[in-house]
Design a protein around this ligand. Sequence first.
Ligand SMILES: *Cc1c(COP(=O)(O)O)cnc(C)c1O
Length: 432
Amino acid sequence: MPFQDSFEFAKKIDSEDPIAHIRNEFSIPKDHNGNEEIYLCGNSLGLQPKLAAKYVKHELNQWAELGVKGHFSGDFPWMPYHEFLADGFANIVGAKKSEVVSMNTLTANLHFMMVSFYQPTETRHKILIEEHAFPSDHYAVESQIRFHGLDPKESMLFISPREDEDDIRDEDIISLIKQQGDSIALVMLPGVQYYTGQVFDMQSITEAAHDKGCNVGFDLAHAAGNIPMQLHDWNVDFACWCTYKYLNSGPGSVAGCFVHSNHHRSEDLPRFAGWWGHDKMSRFKMENNFKPMKSAEAWQLSNPPVLSLAAIRGSLDTIKNAGGIEVLREKAIKLSGYMRYLLDKKLSDDVAIITPTETNRSGSQLSLAIKLKAGDSSDRGKLVFDEIEKQGVIGDWRHPNVIRVAPVPMYNSFTDVFRFVEILRHAIEESR
Ligand SMILES: *Cc1c(COP(=O)(O)O)cnc(C)c1O
């Protein structure tokens, strides 16, 4: 679609947007003037779907009215409550229902997955990870390596962008796997990079890693609900994601986990077990003879926090009502495409977009580096960020020099994008 640089044009594409009404299914925060914020922070904390609030209230009522009987009563009894989320998760990550489960939190799941899928030997002991991975992922990997009595200096293998480049080339990951694969036990990378918004070629990375006999896991914190995936067909071994970013399920909400069906029957996988992973037919016989379920549910430990699962169910239903992840992606490409067009047209001297340009290498988020010129103070980017925030734009600032903004298809509009770029242009002019 040929874009135009005018508010009228932005309004026109909003009026033609088949899913514009989904915004009304969300609570939109107001700025200090009482106007709706331009909320471009769905990559950090997604807004509240009205259905999430409704479903959580319903479970609170069930608890008040039924007490322990809520485990078995009503349309959505608590006992199998996590099963009601499997369909939605499976669609979002491209999996079979038996391959996904909601449990724990993201970093906890990374650990539990590494217990099963990182089994170092004398010759094959490395974990391949980004040099500038999200700190939690870095700490998890480092501590797992230590837990096995190994030295992170020997066993953490890093990949980074080439000098003077912002994004990691998929080809560089693949050639590193080809060269060093025999010593790599696990490749653990993000689906979408949190700082740059880069989408990785998960399919080719998985193929290359499996050719060398390595396990592959992805952290989908910034991918789940952002881009469509086909984890089952790509043969990914495991994946973990949080649900409070693009999945709009509330701060610290329960996370999601994928384990490929290839592993559901392997008897020899080590795991840290709990009663909720035990065969559900005999779970309440209370015999101490662990019999894992033949699905991703085998990795569950505890009976899950239903209030949090209710919020996730509300969010997944909202995505379904919007037409599903493919429909969202179609709008997302246009939204971020429009933002890119306006930034290139109006601000190319001052703003560098470090997110890759190719549609298949970027999701909703654009990461903007404010260019520094001779005489600029080094904190100019942060000053610009503070100014746009005062004007009602919610994005986030990531040290050392990036403003992250994510126009998301569920509740952002093309007029949001237009107004954001105008506010940014003013803030940049003021900062001189
Ligand atoms: C958001 C995010 C996390 C957060 O982890 P929690 O365990 O949910 O606190 C971890 N890793 C990445 C890559 C993230 O983007």
